[in-house]
Ligand binder design. Sequence first.
Ligand code: 3HC
Ligand code: NAI
Length: 706
Amino acid sequence: MTDHTNAGAAHARRDEDILVITIDHPPVNALSADVRRDLSAAVDAAQSDPLVRAILLVGAGKNFIAGADIREFGKPPKAPILPDVCNQIEASQKPVVAVLHGAALGGGLEIALAAHYRIALASAKLGLPEVNLGLLPGAGGTQRTPRLIGAAAALDLMLSGKHLSADAALKAGLVDTIGEGSDALSAGLTYTRQLLAQGAAPRRSRDATAALADRAAALAEAAAAGEHVAKTLRGLYSPAKIVEAVRAAIEQPFDEGLRTERALFLQCLDSPQRAGLVHAFFAERETTKIPELKEGKARRLDSVGVVGGGTMGAGIAVSVLDAGLPVVMVEQDDAALERGRARITQVYDLLVKKGRISADERDARLARFTGATSYDALDNADLIIEAVFEDMDVKLGVFAQLDRVAKPGAVLATNTSYLDVDRIATATRGPADVLGLHFFSPANIMKLLEVVVGAHTAPDTVATGFELARRLRKTAVRAGVCDGFIGNRILAVHRQAADMMMEDGASPYDIDAAVRGFGYPMGPYQMADLAGGDIGWATRKRRAATRDPAVRYVQIPDCLCERGWFGQKTGRGFYLYPDGARLGTQDPEVLAIIDDERTRARVTPRAFTQEDIQRRYLAAMINEAANVLHQGIALRPSDVDVVFLSGYGFPRYHGGPMHYADSVGLGSVLADIRACAKEDPAFWKPSPLLVQLVESGRNFASLNAA
Ligand code: 3HC
Ligand code: NAI
């Protein structure tokens, strides 16, 4: 091979008569300004080089190209912009081939679609996931994809953001062939040589006509996608723009379509949703940057023990079995163990029934499960997760047993929701091996795992918790020890703010509607009914002795629990669930109970608008989150965001409570808190951190960067 240009973010070398342009920009070959510049220069130089007959685009490392450089969004664009680079590639007078391996996503796939021929290796993942970042494919993707694979398939790809395997991409018509082996360069060269031998000329996606030949059918497909977006993706900005861009691909000549796409892309780029979604993307990748992972390495993790086979124990066991690890479950007695086993089997039977896994796969996963009623069965486990009743004495008893049976170096974890992990660790001789692993219900589905680091937890214990999360494909967030850690501690406070609004005049239905109006899938009272009112009730009783008597205590939720109205499982809670209905209806008796409570508390009810409710709810959340940060319970604001996005249904396009607070302005949040403090000063105490930030003109993002 001969050097052609200087090695840069994209460098070119000639292999006989093929110019190989390698995109070499670790870690994922994102299309930064440098890459675009070098790529554009190399394609340009090839046009006038008589020794070059074809161009091959290849990615260095594990991926072809993961897309536009997301870090550049929101900054002034630098030439050449990606759509122009794609057009330049497409216009090449010499055939351009792209060889796809690993990620060929977003702008990366758009580069490939602008090339004239595409070959994919088995490792390739193709997709247009811009929708997940509040964007649309803005480098010709909305125009070239429908021309290649039709409107319906293109819309499906762009609206779902899903990844296609090489086989699926071949079937769809996105690539021309599948290459052998795992060496992208050699597969690409072989294919390009074949094409040259066949006399292949440039073949441009912009000229493809077959897939959109039936214009009426394509427009009908776009209309159907538009209806789907309006119904199911409510509140999201970019999906409707994607449909509009595809309509342009059907109705407009290519160059005009590109202009339409560009205008729509810029609208998306400017939207607050794009900022929120991009923040969420990076926030999720920050959570593993913690001091303990620099100091310690994960311990061996080949087998897991679970103590307790209730709601959480069974869900955790399924999650671990799904990850391919064996599980030993210990329960109090045979009957409880059988119930635990039945819960696990039920999950898998349902998956088989829904066609998600085969019966053989279910049997294989269940074969990794062992049940026991003696703690001795845990003597070989590398990590043991306790999920018994939320009661300190019971947990202390369990940890004393674990201390007796666990092998040296085994990690001992508690799934407690609120209790003091340091106190639990005192039941053992090795508190360095103890940590909290707070899963969320249903544990086999929810993505979040709070890794609770105690005063004596060793770095390698923490690293093992993060390693478990990685194997379970969960998002781990480091938390410190306090009542409720990050998520539940903050939740308790904004739920209390909601209860106070309820006593002051808003109905639970108004509050739920307002919270849904903000973008949550359900409101706090629907959530309470789903989780079971008894859980919160038990916590409130436990906290009664330490409650600040100066803070107003709203008794309405207790009044419902005293009647045995625990929510869905008892047929009524804040809502009525006749005949096992999953969607509740409003309950006039609940409203009457609330009225009585208002009278008892001598409250004259007043009206709350949706906006009043949303502002108070969020102000309480943000204020307590600031306290959590101030006390070092969360390491950084973006960790709080991830907790709320992946554990509590906070609308992703708002980026999380901290990002949202920055976007509305911390001064405005503090003003809301101070206004509320005039009514309930004991509850609404501005967080010192929030005050400091406002006074110094900073925001939460400035702490992420610190
Ligand atoms: N731009 C900038 N940085 C990126 C990036 C991108 N497109 N994709 C990944 N990164 C960074 C990550 O932030 C991370 O950085 P860090 O090490 O400093 O935390 C690093 O690359 C590795 O990423 P992951 O930890 O996610 O690595 P994985 O191997 O788990 O996953 C991946 C790789 C599947 C490529 C995943 O990173 C991914 O999905 N990336 C985003 C893909 C995407 O959304 N592309 C579309 C971009 S928008 C676009 O192209 C617009 C265009 O239409 C105009
Ligand atoms: P659960 O009541 O459904 O299950 C507890 C199980 O522990 C029962 O099956 C019981 O038989 C068993 N058990 C009790 N003592 C035992 C002992 N000494 N040895 C062995 N097994 C014993 O409770 P759930 O909901 O599963 O909660 C368990 C833990 O998980 C609690 O600490 C809870 O706070 C926490 N948690 C609960 C969440 C939820 O949404 N339910 C969410 C996150 C954490």
